[in-house]
Design a protein around this ligand. Structure first.
Ligand SMILES: C[S@@+](CC[C@H](N)C(=O)[O-])C[C@H]1O[C@@H](n2cnc3c(N)ncnc32)[C@H](O)[C@@H]1O
Length: 355
């Protein structure tokens, strides 16, 4: 119910744009609709390098995503009117102006990290977005990354039935079916209906549909699913060791909302602490999250979104226990963050004893 309310509140009024019947095929031959105002692939954006051929021109995520109507960049459209009349803002009480309108400003993150995969001759990579909804975000990624093998996961298209039986109540509706690509993506085994917080579903989709010998390397996982803390942690712990070196895991919607707060306050700070870990016994240097620390090169965050960057350690196939969120990841957060090192800081008089 929490999930339903959350999804309804955040998205109900938004994904109403109708799609037209203009259809094309992406590089993989999957049927893709196009908005009436967009062309087959949005015009590539010229790069600094004049020597680049037209086929190597990279695309612009903002331009593409504004056409598909995803909330990932919608804040640009809503901000001006919201600033003029605060009553029209979705979150009018926020002190920070950029937080008030509906939508986000995620184009800077996506351009920075994914532009290199956006040209017609880019390296072929595998891509997964968790949370398809009606497919507007997926459509934006499809136009932005025409060469990538794109997958998505969505819970609302599972078998209808009582939630208590692990099914999806009919009255809640199948959001994904509203996408004109629904059938073709299902047929092509690119849209996977299931619970992205369920280990068995994740493992089955990964091993049967994604980790194929002919598949390009998994380089991008984006979590735009429930935005529930526990689910966000599941994505991080399951996917990070499986992403190939140099890849990224993107966590969207980390703004202060009750569902997501725990991820931002308990998991992210521990990841940040672990980034600087050296294993120094004299300083009682311990890792908070040892199952993912060995795979991390860095974390890049902008407002409400973080990118967890894979280092060059080869991907692994962890067992079930190692794939899941450690049982103490939340309860031990404070101890790990303000444990031995904090005592050391206090002992040396760097901090006020009362802190
Ligand atoms: C924020 S919307 C996704 C929006 C979409 N990515 C876009 O840009 O247009 C979140 C979606 O995640 C789905 N979802 C929620 N919990 C999920 C779960 N545990 N597994 C898979 N999908 C889930 C919801 O049904 C909803 O459609």
């Amino acid at each position: 119910m929490v999930l339903l309310l959350f999804v309804r509140i955040q998205y109900a009024e938004l994904f109403t744009t109708s799609v037209n019947d203009v259809v094309t095929k992406d590089v993989e031959g999957i049927t893709q609709p196009m908005s009436a105002s967009s062309s087959i692939s949005s015009p590539p954006v010229a790069c600094d390098d004049d020597k680049k051929t037209s086929s190597s021109l990279e695309r612009d995520f903002l331009e593409i995503a504004q056409k598909t109507g995803t909330d990932k960049v919608a804040a640009y459209s809503y901000l001006p009117s919201c600033l003029k009349d605060r009553e029209t803002c979705t979150r009018k009480d926020c002190e920070r102006e950029a937080c008030r309108p509906w939508g986000h400003f995620y184009d800077t993150i996506y351009n920075r990290w994914l532009k290199k995969y956006s040209s017609d001759d880019a390296e072929r990579v595998q891509f997964l977005e968790i949370g398809f909804y009606t497919g507007k975000g997926f459509e934006a990624y499809s136009q932005f990354l025409p060469r990538a093998e794109k997958h998505s996961m969505e819970i609302s298209c599972i078998e209808p039935g009582p939630r208590s039986e692990g099914k999806w109540p009919k009255e809640w509706g199948n959001f994904a079916i509203q996408s004109p690509n629904y059938e073709s993506l299902r047929e092509a085994k690119r849209l996977h209906c299931g619970d992205a917080n369920n280990y068995d579903f994740l493992l089955e989709t990964w091993t049967k549909e994604m980790k194929r010998p002919d598949a390009p390397p998994l380089k991008v996982v984006i979590d735009d699913g429930s935005h529930i803390t526990e689910h966000m942690a599941t994505s991080l712990f399951f996917w990070l060791p499986r992403i190939e070196p140099g890849g990224i895991l993107v966590m969207e919607d980390m703004q202060p909302i009750s569902e997501a707060n725990g991820f931002r306050t308990h998991i992210l700070p521990q990841v940040m602490k672990d980034l600087h870990w050296c294993g120094d016994k004299n300083l009682k240097d311990t890792r908070c999250l040892p199952t993912i620390q060995p795979f991390l090169a860095g974390v890049h965050c902008e407002m409400h979104i973080c990118v967890f960057v894979r280092n060059d350690v080869a991907s692994i196939e962890p067992d079930k226990n190692t794939s899941m969120t450690p049982t103490n990841a939340f309860v031990d957060a404070q101890k790990c963050l303000f444990g031995p090192h904090f005592e050391f800081v206090k002992m040396n008089g760097i901090m006020d004893e009362d802190v």
